[in-house]
Design a protein around this ligand. Structure first.
Ligand SMILES: [Zn+2]
Length: 66
């Protein structure tokens, strides 16, 4: 991994990851949202834009029977 975290990467991540809408009261969405925040936090050792993107996708595609 040679990619350095920086403002350019951060802006790119923000652009690629429109804010997902976790459903209130859904534990799965809440957990995914928490993970996403962790993966998007550059000061976290778990910073990982690819995983943040996955979490966003899962939140948006999580079915709720609606
Ligand atoms: Zn959900």
């Amino acid at each position: 991994m040679s990619m350095e975290p920086g403002t350019t990467v951060s802006a790119e991540v923000e652009r690629l990851l429109p804010n997902p809408q976790p459903v209130t009261g859904c534990d799965i969405c809440a957990a995914l949202y928490t993970q996403r925040l962790k993966y998007m936090n550059k000061s976290s050792p778990e910073y990982n834009p690819a995983r943040a993107a996955e979490a966003s996708h899962e939140i948006r595609s999580h079915p709720h029977g609606a």
